[in-house]
Design a protein around this ligand. Structure first.
Ligand code: 2BA
Length: 112
């Protein structure tokens, strides 16, 4: 048996848990904070048989992995009407998501 510890962005939490539950994987969600950026993230604990590790990692990659996205930003954020004409938001390419996965050996698991 293995314990999969996955650290992902909060935005990807719901879709990831829903997909894991749909495939009948049990998940424990922990609210966590990154030590470097000090921003909230989500840690998931998923206990699985050894032969299920690849499938879970694939789900994590698909629902929470790094992907390309588009964000609209505005160059001017003030309220001065003189500059309103240049306040049109424009799209930029950004990287979204990202998941860090640890696969840990489990000695024993009891439910009593
Ligand atoms: P990632 O490497 O994708 O890590 C995202 C979050 O996953 C981390 O949040 C941390 O909560 C967890 N994590 C990643 N690797 C881990 C590990 N080996 N052990 C335990 N937890 C781990 P943050 O610590 O806030 O880091 C956010 C992002 O900042 C990292 O993204 C990385 O791109 C960058 N980063 C982290 N530490 C750095 C450092 N010392 N120097 C430069 N960049 C750093």
């Amino acid at each position: 048996m293995k314990m999969i510890l996955a650290i992902l962005q909060n935005d990807d939490e719901q879709a990831t848990i829903a997909e894991l539950n749909k495939k009948h994987y049990l998940v424990t969600k922990l609210s966590s904070t990154g030590g470097f950026l000090k921003q909230g993230n989500t840690s998931l604990l998923i206990g699985v048989d050894d032969n299920k590790v690849d499938e879970v990692c694939e789900i994590l990659k698909n629902t929470a992995g790094v992907r390309n996205g588009v964000q609209c930003i505005s160059s001017y954020t003030g309220t001065d009407s003189m500059y309103l004409g240049i306040n049109t938001p424009y799209p930029i390419d950004v990287q979204e998501g990202g998941v860090t996965i640890f696969v840990l050996p489990v000695e024993q698991c009891f439910k009593m």
